[in-house]
Design a protein around this ligand. Structure first.
Ligand code: AMP
Length: 399
């Protein structure tokens, strides 16, 4: 087994041009091509970029937000704003539209939640709709909303697929201030006349590139058409390929734009290639999982059945593992996730779609068991480790 090691960190900042090369690869799933070239890692081996500390121009205390909200932010452990928070909280408080080119790990959730919670609480906004590509991300947004909304008496409803629609319908009849959901379920609820998109004075589309990747383009377009023409629109996407740009233009009015694209994704991540040299990948993975320090490992594979098979074999050999992919029920996925979060299992095996936007702390290693299809997928995967100033490791298997 040969290891080629590199380690790099990115500078925070605007533009993020370094990873734009594969933007077009984020088109619809059927059109996805394998554009990730593992030699990228080898070619860049030895290149070390200097990490510069981002100097925030605001402290949380500087923002014109409710004292209780400031307290909640502090209680959440945030001492200073991340670059995206530093730059968009104020415009959002002022009612502006925003486009943030940002991936998970940049603090984008708090960047839109903090000012929106303030505006709703003071009565500047009646209702907010937040649309995410996956159920897991929707649940994470709801959890953050609960934490930041502590003591503010906010109401919210979660409208996601895989959960009982009747309960969601009941939740909606109370007219919650925040509705968080996935496109398919939101559309379904609208068709049943339980949800009226024209009710929302502010709308957040989160991880739009992923939404379109997952085939939600028609649902998203349909939803935008039915929103009130006077509204505040916030748009977040890690990449802006042509189809995303088209949705963005139909959605936003005179937006403030910020890009923190390459900032946090692979920061603090040591990246290595593992040459398999003909050895069965499963054996290599098994050996790694038996190695000291591989405590909380996220393993990415291409197919549902592939990951399921690997999971079963590792479990048969006595390892504590679980899998999340599209064939698992919502309950199974939730259980696997919380066991992983609580360190009850050592390794979680996932497909790309199932893992979108997951926010799990202290992942020690990300292993690319199968190569990702695109560079964006690679960045998304390795961004699961090395978060919040912890150094993580990403290992990529190649033949
Ligand atoms: P997000 O990009 O919204 O998925 O956030 C990524 C992670 O960063 C989450 O675990 C957040 O709780 C955390 N986070 C967001 N903003 C801050 C902040 N200002 N200080 C420390 N951690 C943060």
């Amino acid at each position: 087994m040969y290891r080629s090691k590199r380690s790099f960190s990115h500078t925070h900042g605007h533009g993020g041009g370094r990873y734009r090369g594969n933007q077009r690869s984020s088109f619809g799933r059927q059109q996805r091509q394998a554009t990730f070239n593992p030699t990228f890692l080898v070619e860049k081996a030895g290149v070390k970029l200097v990490k510069t500390e981002y100097l925030a121009t605001h402290r949380f205390d500087d923002f014109a937000i409710l004292e209780q909200l400031k307290k909640n932010v502090l209680a959440r452990g945030y001492t200073k704003p991340t670059p995206i928070q530093d730059q968009v909280i104020e415009p959002i408080l002022g009612g502006r539209d925003v486009v943030g080119v940002a991936n998970t790990g940049t603090g984008k959730t708090a960047a839109f939640l903090i000012p929106l919670i303030h505006r709703v609480t003071i009565g500047a906004l009646a209702r907010v709709l937040i649309v995410t590509p996956t159920r897991e991300l929707a649940m994470q947004v709801r959890d953050e909303l609960t934490a930041f909304g502590n003591g503010l008496g906010l109401s919210s409803a979660l409208c996601i697929g895989g959960a009982k629609i009747q309960r969601q319908i009941e939740g909606l009849t109370l007219g919650p201030q925040f509705v968080i959901g996935t496109p398919g379920r939101l559309k379904d609820l609208e068709k049943r006349r339980r949800l009226d998109f024209s009710d929302f004075g502010a709308v957040v589309l989160d991880e739009v590139d992923r939404m379109l990747d997952m085939g939600f383009i028609r649902d998203v377009r349909g939803m935008i058409k039915r929103l009130p023409s006077k509204r505040q629109s916030l748009f977040f996407s890690a990449t802006i390929p042509d189809n995303v740009r088209e949705v963005m233009q139909s959605f936003l009015t005179d937006p403030v734009a910020i890009s923190v694209q390459s900032a946090a994704a692979a920061e603090n991540v040591d990246q290595e290639i593992i040459r398999i040299n003909g050895k069965p990948k499963l054996e290599v993975l098994h050996d790694l999982l038996k190695t000291e320090g591989f405590e909380k490992v996220l393993v990415f594979g291409r197919t549902k059945w592939g990951m399921e098979k690997v999971m079963r074999e590792l479990a048969r050999r006595g390892l504590r593992v679980a899998a999340i992919h599209g064939n698992k029920s919502q309950n199974q996925r939730q259980r696997a996730l919380s066991e992983f979060r609580d360190n009850k299992i050592q390794a979680l095996l996932a497909t790309d779609v199932a893992s979108r936007g997951l926010d799990i702390d202290n992942v020690t290693h990300v292993i690319n068991y199968d190569l990702p299809a695109t560079y964006e997928d690679y960045i998304h995967r390795v961004g699961r480790t090395g978060r919040a100033d912890k150094v993580g490791k990403a290992l990529t298997f190649i033949e």
